[in-house]
Write a protein that binds this ligand. Sequence first.
Ligand SMILES: [Ca+2]
Ligand SMILES: [Ca+2]
Ligand SMILES: [Ca+2]
Ligand SMILES: [Ca+2]
Length: 340
Amino acid sequence: MPSRGRIVSPLAALCVTASTVAQTIVIQRSAPDEDRWNYPFNASVGFRTSASTFAAPPGDPAFDDRDAQFLIGWDTSAEVTPGLAPTRYEILSATVTVTTISGGVFVFDPTTDDWRTHLDPADPMFIADADAGRPIELFGVGFRNGFDAQTWTEFSPFQQAPFGNWQGTRNAFATDNEGRSGRDISRHVEQGFTPTPFAVGQASGVAQGASVPFDTPWTFALDVADADVLAYLRESLRSGRLRLMVTSMHPAPTMGQGAQNWPDYYTRENKFAIPLGFAATLDLTVRIGSGADLNGDGVVNGGDITVILNQFGGPGDADLNGDGVVNGSDITVVLNSFGA
Ligand SMILES: [Ca+2]
Ligand SMILES: [Ca+2]
Ligand SMILES: [Ca+2]
Ligand SMILES: [Ca+2]
């Protein structure tokens, strides 16, 4: 803990420090900076002109349950200053769209399905799917094998493990960031849980349970009030790279072969995608605030000063003024917003 003297000093500076003026930034992108079919047998990596999402067969020991995933990403560093304290990024809204290519091969399910509906019907824990079809869900992206937000690109390899070992090995994976864990949810059926997506895709102009026509746009309104989603988005803006993973559990019993019954999406490399508005889009509104509500309880108070004191003298998320160290100046930032 710091000495009393180190706390008193910023109190004295309070009267001469100007309040931070909040700055609101609106990002509107008509195409992603990266998109990638995230699938073991995708040899064309980021160049492919479409991507699909589907599940491995129930109980298949060789593959992730969410076998084929679709990664979309944006470099936000030009619009939103990276490297700030996470709490300074006040995410007001975040909406993403993707567009499916194929028509008449699957039906619209607007809500998440329980993990047990994906089990083999012979499994004693199996329960029937309560509504027709499977949802298209949006998650965050986690990395393994030395990759991170800065080093991964749409041309990075799918995995580092020897070919043939496809479970839990993908370099970029879907995460629901449950409890801010960054966990991989790609094997959620095998591991026995239902992940919470950042958003469930809503098909424009399609009724629940109805067949999805060609070139249907899907809207994902991210739940920015959710602490796990908010933490993910803040860390993304802090890194300057926002990546999201589109996934679904549409059954593809022969691993993407045979009659198609799963969604296929336009990538930015598809010659029709950008001219016709079919590439993934991003609308994000963020306010750069003081960040003073460090503990996220909705009010700037003594609890936030406690967060600073717990990190005092070192680097940390409580470095609100960005001078590289958690110190008295950061307490001043909190005092300037006290009670707000
Ligand atoms: Ca691409
Ligand atoms: Ca369903
Ligand atoms: Ca607080
Ligand atoms: Ca500081």
